[in-house]
Every structure is written in structure tokens, then in C-alpha cells.
Write a protein that binds this ligand. Structure first.
Ligand code: FES
Ligand code: FES
Length: 272
């Protein structure tokens, strides 16, 4: 492995995890251009502003940087794409591979994993080449060509899902009648939180709500209806719908939210 790739893994993950990722690298893997790492603090509103001209590795089309934001579970890969009519276009993706969580690089065209060579679209995160099967998470970002500032919104969510307001997400039974039924699941990304949450009405009638971020290496878990559990595609940890670990390597439970119920709605609290 070249010094630059070793440094890249170290820079993004830290020494221990970099060593683990390095051992996963196939001997003949091509060098992937590392996206230089920079640390940026988010505003109280959860936005990150990047003055593109300040980052020479990002400024040209085909450039990319890795941005670490304190408090965010994974670093962001920011890519400068060629937009329609040669307009500047940027995409922001999770920089951790959904196969087994190696840090990703960029080859000027695609997002590439140096560990087992999965490839992802740099514009929408879709898998272009296995072994990864799960798309990369994307983040909402807007570029102002006048000021040359790229604003990344870490708390953007789905417009068709209830927002988190003061840490509370309200699911009216009018809109979510299934939450009256035992065995129901509702999942989505609340605006104001920016990460997927799951809400369950369990078979005994109790309610549970958990975060989707795996406590092993921060991949996003998915719900398996058949097994009635949450599964992490990165290293196959599993969790109950109440967030408890049932299969390692994760050892810590998922973040749990408190849930209350009124006659009209289910209310999830602590979504901060
Ligand atoms: S970790 Fe295996 S392809 Fe990325
Ligand atoms: S990130 Fe490793 S099991 Fe989830």
C-alpha cells in the first residue's frame, strides 16, 4: 500500500481502525486518490459552509475532500462534479463503504473503496460495482456560485416524514394509522435530525423507537421484517427492535428514544 493510502486510512479512521482496514486491502488493489481530510465545525442549525476556493483539492471539477465534522458519526466525502451546462455541481456522501466500512476514496469519476473495490456513483451514491450492495447515504447541499460557498445541511430530512421540532417527532394516527396495530413499523428521516429513525409497535402493544446508526462503525442498520430485527449490512451485527445487540461485533445498543402516546398520536422524544 502506498504511503498516501496508508495516511488516508489513518487520517480518516485513526491508527487502530486504519490497521484493520489496511489488512483488508487486496495486494493488487490499485491506488485510489485519497480525498484530503479537513475538519470543519457545524453551525448550531446543523449546516456546514465550505468556501470552495479555500480547498484546492475540491475547487477543480473531479476534485474531492473528506470533511470530518465533530459530533457526526461518519466523515463526509465532498465531490465536485461536472453539472449540466458545465455548471459547478457538488455532491456530499457518507465516506464509509457500506460493505465492511472502509473509508472511501475518489478516482476522479467514481467513489471507490480501496478494500474490496466496490464502486459508487459520485452523484447519488448508488452501487456501481459490488461487493457492496447498499447505496451510500447522501446529504443535501447547495452551492452558491456567487459566493462560491457550498452549504451542507446535515439535518435535512424527508419532506414526507414528520420533522423533529425541539427533539420531538409527532406521528398523528390520522397520518400513521398503522401505529395503532401491533407489529407495525414506521421509518424515515426527520428534518431537523438528518438520520433515519425507526418506530415500532411491538406485538405486546408497547412502543419502541431507535436510531439507525450502528454502534460498531456507524453504518446504517436496516429493518428485516422476516426476522423482526435490525441488521447492519457492514459487519452483520443485529439488534432487537428495542435496540439491544443480538449479534456482534457491535457491543453497545442502538440509541433509544423515549416514546409516549396520546389519543391522537405517537410522540418520539429526544430526537436531537
Ligand atoms: S469495505 Fe469491502 S468493498 Fe468497501
Ligand atoms: S458498522 Fe460494523 S456491524 Fe455495523
Amino acid at each position: 500500500m502506498s504511503t498516501s493510502r496508508r495516511g488516508f486510512l489513518k487520517g480518516v479512521l485513526g491508527t487502530g481502525a486504519a490497521g484493520a482496514a489496511a489488512t483488508a486491502l487486496p495486494g493488487c488493489a490499485p491506488d485510489i486518490n485519497p480525498a484530503p481530510v479537513t475538519d470543519v465545525t457545524a453551525s448550531a442549525a446543523g449546516t456546514v459552509d465550505l468556501l470552495v476556493t479555500r480547498y484546492p483539492e475540491l475547487e477543480p471539477v473531479g476534485g474531492a475532500i473528506t470533511v470530518r465534522v465533530p459530533g457526526e458519526p461518519v466523515p463526509l466525502l465532498v465531490v465536485h462534479n461536472k453539472g449540466a451546462n458545465a455548471r459547478d455541481d457538488f455532491s456530499v456522501l457518507s465516506s464509509i463503504c457500506t460493505h465492511v466500512a472502509c473509508p472511501l476514496g475518489f478516482d476522479g469519476k467514481d467513489v471507490v473503496c480501496p478494500c474490496h473495490l466496490s464502486r459508487f456513483s459520485a452523484t447519488n451514491g448508488e452501487v456501481l460495482q459490488r461487493p457492496a450492495t447498499v447505496a451510500l447515504k447522501t446529504f443535501t447541499a447547495e452551492y452558491n456560485p456567487g459566493t462560491k460557498v457550498l452549504r451542507i445541511d446535515l439535518r435535512a430530512g424527508q419532506s414526507d416524514f414528520p420533522p423533529a421540532v425541539n427533539g420531538q417527532v409527532v406521528f398523528p394516527f390520522l397520518d400513521y394509522p398503522q401505529l395503532r396495530d401491533n407489529g407495525a413499523t414506521v421509518s424515515g428521516v426527520p428534518t431537523g435530525y438528518g438520520k433515519r429513525i425507526f418506530v415500532f409497535r411491538l406485538e405486546d402493544g408497547s412502543l419502541s423507537a431507535v436510531d439507525s446508526i450502528c454502534t460498531h462503525q456507524q453504518c446504517e442498520v436496516e429493518f428485516r421484517a422476516q426476522d423482526r430485527d435490525l441488521f447492519c449490512p457492514c459487519h452483520a451485527s443485529t439488534f432487537t427492535r428495542q435496540g439491544e445487540v443480538t449479534e456482534p461485533p457491535a457491543t453497545l445498543p442502538l440509541k433509544k428514544f423515549t416514546v409516549t402516546e396520546t389519543s391522537d398520536a405517537v410522540v418520539v422524544n429526544g430526537v436531537l
